[in-house]
Ligand binder design. Structure first.
Ligand SMILES: NC(=O)c1ccc[n+]([C@@H]2O[C@H](COP(=O)([O-])OP(=O)(O)OC[C@H]3O[C@@H](n4cnc5c(N)ncnc54)[C@H](OP(=O)(O)O)[C@@H]3O)[C@@H](O)[C@H]2O)c1
Length: 248
């Protein structure tokens, strides 16, 4: 068990990639905090699956686009488990929109959830990690280096995610806090199903550019998230790992 007795918070882990990471962390021995914003049923389902398999998990509601909610989330982690070792900044929302469709509302939504929350969650985590340090993992996307039309704000957010991990790795390294980024390619999730991707022209475009010839699964991403959180990655910080079947 690579994460035995570690405490991990994964934002937005009621669904998709976050849920996959939560389950895999629990399988590797971590006590897991499953954060969600509104999908309590989904969060409870993830927690029940973990506990049924002998793991430890709790669900905590917090809308991470609000700083007050972020502070409460971390207080609840402390009350439940007394410490934190791993933060996965996973929650994010995206909107497909061309430049003329971008609005203040869609800008705020994507920037607060996808970038601002990463910063304020990292702030709380760094304050809570013990003397042995900790690991912060941020979810970016292949689009941050290889954008597609209609993802202007999302791409800018993910480029910001790439850069903040590099800065934080330097700032927090002396405190033994490692900060790394995972950039998934197209991955099956509730969010990507809800936006109509399965069978779409966009899915075909990504499949054609993916040498390993399939769409990613949450478990593909979770395995790398386990590595980055574990002692196997104790000399790895400030890195961005693409997990996308060869898609660049
Ligand atoms: N799927 C892909 O193809 C893909 C590709 C590259 C990168 N990524 C990145 O991977 C991460 C996960 O994506 P996904 O596809 O697994 O997403 P998803 O299926 O849409 O799930 C999103 C999760 O985030 C939570 N969430 C959304 N807004 C929140 C908020 N304000 N506060 C707290 N939780 C919130 C959702 O919970 P509620 O339902 O309760 O709101 C849900 O658990 C994201 O950062 C995404 O950008 C995904």
């Amino acid at each position: 068990m690579k994460l035995k007795d570690k405490v991990a918070l994964i934002t937005g882990s009621s669904k998709g990639i976050g849920a996959g990471i939560a389950k895999e962390y629990a399988r590797e021995g971590a006590k897991v905090v499953v954060n969600y914003s509104s999908s309590k049923d989904y969060a409870d389902r993830v927690v029940n699956e973990i506990t049924r398999n002998g793991g430890t998990a709790i669900a905590v509601q917090a809308n991470i686009s609000k700083i007050a909610d972020i502070k409460r989330l971390f207080q609840e982690v402390k009350s439940a488990f007394g410490k934190l070792d791993i933060l996965v900044n996973n929650a994010s929302v995206w909107r497909y929109e061309m430049l003329e469709e971008v609005s203040e509302e869609t800008f705020q939504l994507q920037v607060t959830t996808g970038l601002m929350a990463h910063i304020f969650c990292a702030q709380q985590a760094a304050a809570m990690f013990g003397e042995e340090g900790g690991s912060i993992i941020n979810l970016s996307s292949t689009v941050s280096l290889n954008p597609i039309p209609g993802t202007l704000i999302y791409t800018a957010v993910k480029s910001g995610v790439d850069s903040l991990a590099k800065t934080l790795a330097k700032e927090l390294g002396p405190r033994k806090i490692r900060v790394n980024t995972i950039a998934p390619g197209m991955t099956e999730s509730e969010g990507s199903t809800a936006d109509g991707r399965p069978g779409s022209a966009m899915e075909k475009l990504f499949l054609d550019r993916t040498p390993l010839g399939r769409i990613g699964l949450p478990l593909d991403i979770a395995k790398v998230a386990v590595f980055l959180a574990s002692d196997d990655a104790s000399w790895v910080t400030g890195e961005r790992i693409t997990v996308a079947g060869g898609l660049l």
